[in-house]
Design a protein around this ligand. Structure first.
Ligand code: NDP
Ligand code: MG
Length: 394
């Protein structure tokens, strides 16, 4: 036994995946890459495999698997290439894996992330959509398997750091009054409302503080990201939606705060670089170097706070309502949002249509009680169908 922790990186070719590999590469004495997965960026996946020499690589289909297997062999690598959702689940739950970074974007990450949870792994959760869709089942699976769930989303990682270790006893029991979820407000925080109709995918993806994948960048611009994060926080910390307040903080230096009944407010701060929460979760409860520069408070200068405007950001309201309704409503919200964001990125709808389309789908699809994953997956399919009908009729 080498004593190294073996890590599977689901979504290795993405923004979080690459940041994870950057942190892992700084600590060859601690970590070893077990598996890498990609979807469309297969040349990048091959290049990453050369550097990190994983035991398994996962791609979406047989044709790309054969091409990649041949390319890896000619590079002198012996990694095994697996295919599709089955391959993703296999590398997430494999007996030799210690920790899984869940960094596939969207609903596609649900089954492999759940596979890691059910196998009792240490799960580093970036894929917020998985938790939003299936919150109750997901958290029950964590309890049943004894998996260690560590939040990667910077806000949730910050909240986790500001809470006492026994917070699972209940927020009220540990003296928490409320959780303050910070948001940058994205690139359109001050854009005149009338101009929002005309903003482009390029503008939406140009986030002022964070460099991220395209889907989450659009979610940040619409503040659906904060809405999904509100739902994510409710599940992770067993909080009611009313216990969570969203605060616009444009510098993205405070990553979230916890307000205690004695008047203490604890914040976690740092430069906006995802390697900090990734390193925190990888090494928890220890600390390791992440490669992130020290925070220079003199360069930051000031910290601003502002209430979010739900007229500007209707997605935030829709997410809060879905959280309150519960059942399949968050899964419906998520699915409609995924279709809407894709359509916006393809220039088929305007930015302001994103919220219109989601609201229409939520109004047409009644929430159902979730007893099993099948109910969530069926709600996801139905919501996507309704969203496509909306697209076709507008
Ligand atoms: P990216 O778009 O950069 O990366 C997404 C990853 O998922 C890529 O590896 C991609 O493969 C893979 N992928 C996409 N679709 C599929 C699919 N259908 N099946 C299997 N794999 C797929 O996204 P991010 O890294 O920015 O975000 C990943 C997750 O982390 C999201 O859930 C996001 O909300 C969350 N997150 C991200 C943050 C950030 O700073 N980026 C911050 C907090 C949370 P390929 O590239 O090869 O197509
Ligand atoms: Mg976040």
């Amino acid at each position: 036994m080498s004593g190294l922790q073996r890590i599977t990186v689901l979504g290795a070719t993405g923004s979080i995946g690459l940041s994870t590999l950057d942190v892992i590469a700084r600590h060859p004495d601690r970590y070893e890459v077990f598996a890498l997965t990609g979807f469309s960026r297969l040349a990048e996946l091959q290049a990453l495999s050369r550097v990190h020499r994983p035991r398994f690589v996962v791609v979406p289909d047989e044709v790309s698997a054969q091409a990649l297997q041949a390319a890896l062999r000619s590079d002198g690598l012996s990694c095994e290439v697996l295919v599709g959702e089955q391959g993703l689940c296999a590398v997430a739950e494999h007996a030799d894996v210690d920790a899984v970074m869940a960094a596939i974007v969207g609903a596609a990450g649900l089954k492999p992330t759940l596979a890691a949870v059910r196998a009792g792994k240490k799960v580093l959760l970036a894929n917020k959509e998985a938790l939003v869709m299936s919150g109750a089942l997901f958290m029950q699976a964590v309890r049943d398997s004894g998996a260690t769930l560590l939040p990667i989303d910077s806000e949730h990682n910050a909240i986790f750091q500001c809470l006492p270790q026994d917070y699972a006893r209940g927020l009220a029991q540990v003296g928490v009054r409320r959780v303050l979820l910070t948001a940058s407000g994205g690139p359109f925080r001050e854009t005149p409302l009338a101009d929002l109709e005309l903003v482009t995918p390029e503008q939406a993806c140009a986030h002022p503080n964070w460099s991220m994948g395209r889907k989450i960048s659009v979610d940040s611009a619409s503040m659906m990201n904060k809405g999904l994060e509100l739902i994510e926080a409710c599940w992770l910390f067993d909080a009611a939606p009313a216990q969570i307040e969203v605060v616009i903080h444009r510098q993205s230096v405070i990553h979230s705060l916890v307000d205690y009944i004695d008047g203490s407010v604890l914040a976690q701060m740092g430069n906006p670089d995802m390697r900090t929460p990734i390193a925190h979760a990888l090494a928890w409860p220890q600390r390791i170097d992440s490669g992130v520069a020290p925070l220079d408070l003199f360069a930051v200068g000031r910290l601003d706070f502002q209430r979010p405007d739900e007229q500007r950001f209707p997605c935030l309201r829709l997410a809060r309502e879905a959280a309150q309704v519960g059942g399949t409503a968050p899964a419906v919200l998520n699915a409609a949002n995924e279709v809407a964001v894709e359509a916006f990125l393809q220039r088929r709808i305007r930015f302001t249509d994103i919220a219109r389309m989601i609201e229409s789908v939520l109004n047409r699809q009644a929430s159902q009680t979730v007893q099993a994953l099948d109910v969530v997956l069926a709600a996801d399919i139905q919501a996507r169908e309704l969203a496509r009908q909306w697209l076709a009729s507008h």
